[in-house]
Write a protein that binds this ligand. Structure first.
Ligand code: NAD
Length: 377
């Protein structure tokens, strides 16, 4: 029997992406896989059942029971995990640190679960990197939301009624989302600045036409990520930033430290020193926010008239392109193990081994195992 790849309707609130597109379905079939979908799986991203070219369109429970591989955007619900065959493979963003009960359910079923967030960020893995592809969507959308909410134009305008000065836009955090935000704000004509604690971002920010804001703090960590700042470094960063923010019209914050709460960078006192009408869009809202006033899923207006927008799941707001990139990432990952309609996992491949969350009744990812089982090595 060819390997059965299953895709369901996403059930998380507000989720509009899907883990399969017509293009990826074709590629999977050419590798000998059989595609089974739940009816309406791609509807919220405008992909009809017919366009996905599945061999069968099934009910949710039938699809789950027949899955050899389940592809998903959000982590499956615990009842869905229980409906899968023992030994089935799940590939999704599993948010391992968020819900220990779900990790236990994956461990105990047992499921061979791959959490795409754990994928090593090597050159070979770039085409599979869902964090990057979805962060790019978030950075783009965040700037559009800011432009819409701002009481000013972004570009400089020369009109018969006089010259309008361009908005000053600051992007905090220049990773994948931040760099996309810088590029988007530049295209809209704003005067753009960026800052990050990783010094190598200076060149990247400048190459996109942004100005690097040097706050005198560097926190280059391992594997290309930032490390947490010390208390003294944070204090220095804060003082320099408070002064700088007084002249800014729009801020988009994207700062993150993997596996931790988002760093608090903009305090309520800093917001109180900003111009009335200024706008902050906080992409990090779901992990606690980069701004002290941020509330996930809400817009908070400070007493001095600064709007703080706590965006959640921005990639879901561009479901066609976000799904296209996400589904391709998953295909590129699955392709490592798929030939002639059969699945064969090479545990000597570090991309497979390190992305694995649970397998054969064991939590493979050590930090998650400690979190869930409370056992230190
Ligand atoms: P991320 O989402 O974890 O963090 C976003 C940004 O916030 C990072 O640039 C980080 O330095 C910054 N940040 C953290 N704390 C901060 C603070 N206190 N103040 C200001 N900024 C702060 O990062 P990401 O976008 O996923 O990627 C991080 C790096 O990894 C980038 O250099 C990226 O190019 C690299 N990367 C490599 C690969 C690959 O080679 N396969 C793939 C993706 C990303």
């Amino acid at each position: 029997m060819p390997v059965a790849v299953v895709v369901l309707r996403e059930t998380a609130e507000g989720e509009r992406r899907v883990a399969l597109t017509p293009d990826v379905a074709k590629k999977l079939k050419s590798r000998g896989a059989q595609i089974l979908i739940e009816s309406g799986a791609g509807e919220s991203a405008y992909f009809s059942d017919a366009s996905l070219g599945a061999s069968e369109v099934l009910s949710r429970s039938e699809a789950l029971a027949r899955a050899d591989v389940l592809l998903a955007v959000q982590p499956p619900r615990i009842e869905d995990i229980a409906a899968l065959k023992a030994g089935a493979v799940v590939i999704a963003q599993l948010q391992p640190h968020r819900d220990p009960a779900r990790v236990q359910a994956l461990r105990d079923r047992p499921i061979t679960a791959f959490a795409m967030e754990l994928l090593p960020r090597t050159t070979r893995a770039q085409a599979m990197d869902v964090l990057s592809s979805q962060a790019a969507v978030a950075g783009y959308k965040a700037v559009l939301i800011a432009a819409e909410a701002a009481p000013k134009f972004f570009p400089m305008l020369t009109t018969a009624a006089g010259t309008i000065r361009p908005s000053k836009v600051l992007i905090v955090g220049a990773g994948v989302a931040g760099l996309q935000a810088i590029a988007t704000a530049r295209r809209l004509g704003a005067q753009v600045e960026g800052f990050d604690v990783r010094p190598e971002t200076r060149e990247q920010i400048e190459s996109l036409g942004g100005k690097f804001v040097d706050l005198g703090v560097s926190a280059a960590g391992s594997g290309g990520y930032a490390r947490e700042l010390t208390a003294e470094e944070r204090e220095r960063q804060q003082q320099a930033l408070a002064e700088h923010l007084k002249g800014v019209d729009v801020i988009v914050t994207t700062a993150a430290v993997p596996g931790r709460q988002a760093p608090r960078i903009i305090s309520a006192a800093m917001v109180a020193g900003m111009k009335p009408g200024a706008v902050i869009v906080d992409i990090a809202a779901e992990t606690g926010g980069n701004c002290e006033l941020t509330e996930a899923g809400r817009t908070v207006v400070s007493p001095n008239g600064v709007s703080v927008i706590g965006t959640v799941n921005l990639p879901a707001s561009a479901p066609i392109h976000a799904s296209e990139m996400y589904a391709r990432n998953l295909y590129n990952f699955l392709e490592l193990s798929l030939a002639d309609g059969t699945l064969s996992l090479d545990w000597d491949d570090e991309l497979i081994a390190k992305t694995c969350l649970t397998r054969e009744g064991r939590i493979q990812h050590e930090p998650t195992r400690q979190l869930v089982e409370g056992v230190t090595p």
